[in-house]
Design a protein around this ligand. Sequence first.
Ligand SMILES: [Zn+2]
Length: 569
Amino acid sequence: MPAVYHACYLDYRVRSPASLTADVLTSVIAREHTLVAHNLTQIVSVFKQATSHSSAAACLEHLATIDPTTRVVLFIDMPPREPAFNQVPKDALHGPSLLQRIRSTSSLPKCLFPVALVDDEEAEMANYVDLGAIDVIHRIMQEPRIRGILVQLYRDTCRILPHGTYKAGWICGSMSTSIGPDEERLIESLFHVMFFDQTPSADPLVVTPLLLAHEREAYLQSIIGDWDFPANKLTDDELTQCAYYIFQHSFTMPEVQHLILSPDDLQHFISVLRASYQSRNPYHNFRHVVDVLQATFSFLLSMQVLPPYYTRSTLPQQEGISASSLARILDPVDALVLLVAAIGHDVGHPGVTNAFLIASRSPLARLYNDRSVLESFHCAAFNQILARYWPIMQEKNIKDLIIDAVLATDMALHFDYMRKWDSILLDGEILVADDETENARRKRLLCSTLIKCADISNVARRLDISTHWGTALTQEFKKMSDLEERLGMKNPAATQPDISMRRPTKVLSQDEKEMVALAKSQLFFINAFAGPLFETVKLVVPELRYTADQISNNKHTWEKRLAELSEFT
Ligand SMILES: [Zn+2]
């Protein structure tokens, strides 16, 4: 599927005008001026494809050849404010004259959005906007700024559609049916996540004090280190407080003092995240991410990457890190960053799957070329939140680790991660790493794997807690399935046969039918994904073996229940 927006980059320093994609980027930029190489890299990382031009004439020629309905963002490197004599290009159409020409030429694409690249955005903004530029940004381009422009364009496209007919909404792309108020609110809230922190003067979030009794606080402190953490029984205020205690414990490490937030700022950060999750999602809501945060916290405690947390913990007591464990390659900064990634990994989740977004041709899917759509969206939205509420987390190494961890939660990539571990293990033993690069690679893989494990740790929790999560996820799928039906997206052949249609020897009650369906889905998920993953983790980090053991217990119980009920079906 082609990208919705096409990008053109015009800069007289371009040495070899080219059509660019990520595949050819490295070879093309090797020949280019440093600034051009940098800018093209930033553009391709957002648009996936682009063209570069060294003269306005060549650029206009190219624009005249493309489909007039294509939306084009044209980045124009404007003349320096005080050019040295050898910096002035010999192109009559360079800079402002090109903007004027674009306004007066009818043969160009109807949706052509020029962006001026300058040295001083504030000083030069008015000139270029008056001439038709939709935005004015710094000459040294930065990916988040480019992404912001693209997202703004999407928002404007949606806004101009009549109310109630979000044919080009974020969730459903080209559906002929208009969608209901619930979905409209959902789309609005996605916008909220993407944009509420872009107006520095207005913070729409008022942090209301949490309603917690004193005894309750003590109780929460006593359970956050517990593997039987009952997130399903806690209110959102209590979950907020648990997240606060978890971060506060990690803040006690001397090695992370340069990264920590004050208590007020931490409370604010958690409240902002809480507001950016959809409470109407039965599964992908604030409760899920606090549960993932707590699972990550438990793993890091067991691995002794975090200092001991003394509670009535059901975490098995560890003697010390075993010599073979990869736990020793993580440091305190990794631990804190993983906790941050855990609580932000599903920001703005709309309660539908990637498959749904792709099938409905949602602009969100097109924006990310159908690849890891939600996870890419979570990254973009979470980075905006971090930029404002925890800016030091934007440091290159930290940001990279967060992005890796969030993208790793795409289950479509699950087997890629399993293969990566296969290349590190031989007969259950970890191969010796031959150099620092290999060690760094393992560290990143381990970090991503820990978040993956935490994200699917429901099946590794005590059975009653595990059952709660399984039921919540089933409810979310049911809601999505209803939406698919309303939108006419259902393929009848793909519908699961209803077990009540078979010839039963005993009619199952509704509860029993649901139990059979739940047992089957739990067993499928354990056998296909969670079981092998946690077994692998047990080999590389033996301190986490209790998770694989619990999965194996749960599996036997589900098999037994299914066998009992299946006798009647
Ligand atoms: Zn998740």
